[in-house]
Design a protein around this ligand. Structure first.
Ligand SMILES: Cc1cc2nc3c(=O)[nH]c(=O)nc-3n(C[C@H](O)[C@H](O)[C@H](O)COP(=O)(O)O)c2cc1C
Length: 320
């Protein structure tokens, strides 16, 4: 009898010890899970998405924890353990579902917010009259914006655009005079002179077609014929001018939108003496300057006039 009591006592103590360990372990698991969920939520709020791997890591971590605890209990109290295990595995799969839901929710919200933001980059653009002359724009930033803007479309991808960026104070002063003393030219951090190259067919076509060959779009054999076709479209001076100006304007619009993504604002300018400008910057006769884009940080103390009237689709459009 005494022996039996002794045995039961041992068993109770052993059980207590096992459950204590299990409890300790479950606290570890809980802590790790909470931290991971917190990390994921923070990252998600910052725009990063929890990866599938991370979710897998959490659920596998939980499952492994349970496995370890079970092993330590040496197979005793199997019924209790089994239900605990079932319960935890259900909890972990619910957690997985919750996290996946959260992830999808964040993804949707982020996507919507991003789309809204993209629309604002376009619709909230204004021609800024007041730039902050004290806030410098770096050369690197200007180059980055221009490099991104070169993704603009162009006929046959000929990219008939060039730029001269006027940044030094001395040169900006002269440019301002050429722009009939428009003050924003001097206050802007940079003025991007957009140049439409009416000789882009001669100067760019070969390189463009070679890149098509490199990409496997066309074969070397097809190049000559295609070249003739494209060049024929560039023969008339009027067409050449139109193509160069049209594509350069698309490139210019890209610059204006991209600049806003870096907190900059712009002002397109057509009010300048083109002959003087070309002499000043050494721009050749076969180039046209459709516009200059002044670019800089806005002077926050100045208020813009409200946006002027815009014609709606009903006034300017038709669907046929
Ligand atoms: C190609 C182009 C040239 C422009 N040239 C001048 C200019 O020389 N001086 C000026 O004050 N505004 C100039 N503007 C700005 C327009 O007046 C302005 O875009 C228009 O009034 C609409 O205002 P918003 O750009 O703020 O929407 C020009 C705009 C474009 C697109």
């Amino acid at each position: 009898m005494a022996e039996k009591e002794e045995k039961e006592k041992d068993l109770r103590e052993e059980a207590r010890e096992i459950f204590r360990k299990f409890y300790e372990r479950s606290k570890d698991i809980q802590k790790a899970t909470t931290e991971t969920v917190k990390e994921i939520t923070e990252k998600t709020l910052k725009g990063a998405q929890p990866t599938k791997e991370k979710l897998k890591e959490i659920t596998e971590g939980i499952a492994q924890g349970i496995q370890e605890a079970t092993t330590r209990m040496g197979g005793r109290f199997e019924g209790v353990l089994k239900s605990l295990q079932d319960l935890t595995s259900k909890a972990s799969s619910s957690l997985k579902e919750i996290l996946t839901g959260v992830k999808e929710g964040f993804e949707e919200v982020t996507k919507e917010e991003r789309s809204r933001e993209c629309v604002r980059f376009v619709t909230e653009r204004r021609s800024i009259t007041y730039f902050d002359p004290k806030k410098e724009v770096t050369e690197d930033l200007v180059k980055e914006i221009i490099n991104l803007a070169t993704t603009a479309p162009s006929g046959w991808n000929l990219q008939p655009w060039e730029v001269v960026v006027v940044m030094s104070r001395e040169k900006k002063k002269r440019l301002m005079e050429i722009c009939y003393n428009q003050r924003k030219v001097l206050d802007a951090g940079a003025n991007i002179v957009i140049i439409a190259n009416t000789k882009a067919h001669e100067e760019h076509l070969d390189r463009v077609l070679d890149s098509w060959i490199e990409l496997g779009y066309i074969s070397q054999r097809q190049k000559k014929k295609l070249m003739e076709d494209i060049l024929s479209g560039w023969q008339s001076p009027e067409k050449r001018k139109r193509k160069a100006i049209r594509d350069s304007a698309l490139f210019a619009m890209n610059i204006m939108i991209l600049a806003r993504m870096y907190g900059l604002e712009t002002h397109p300018i057509e009010g300048f003496d083109e002959a003087k400008l070309k002499r000043f910057l050494g721009i050749s006769k076969d180039r046209i300057v459709p516009m200059i884009i002044s670019l800089g940080y806005p002077d926050q103390s100045k208020k813009l006039l409200p946006r002027a009237y815009r014609f709606s689709f009903e006034e300017i459009g038709q669907i046929v």
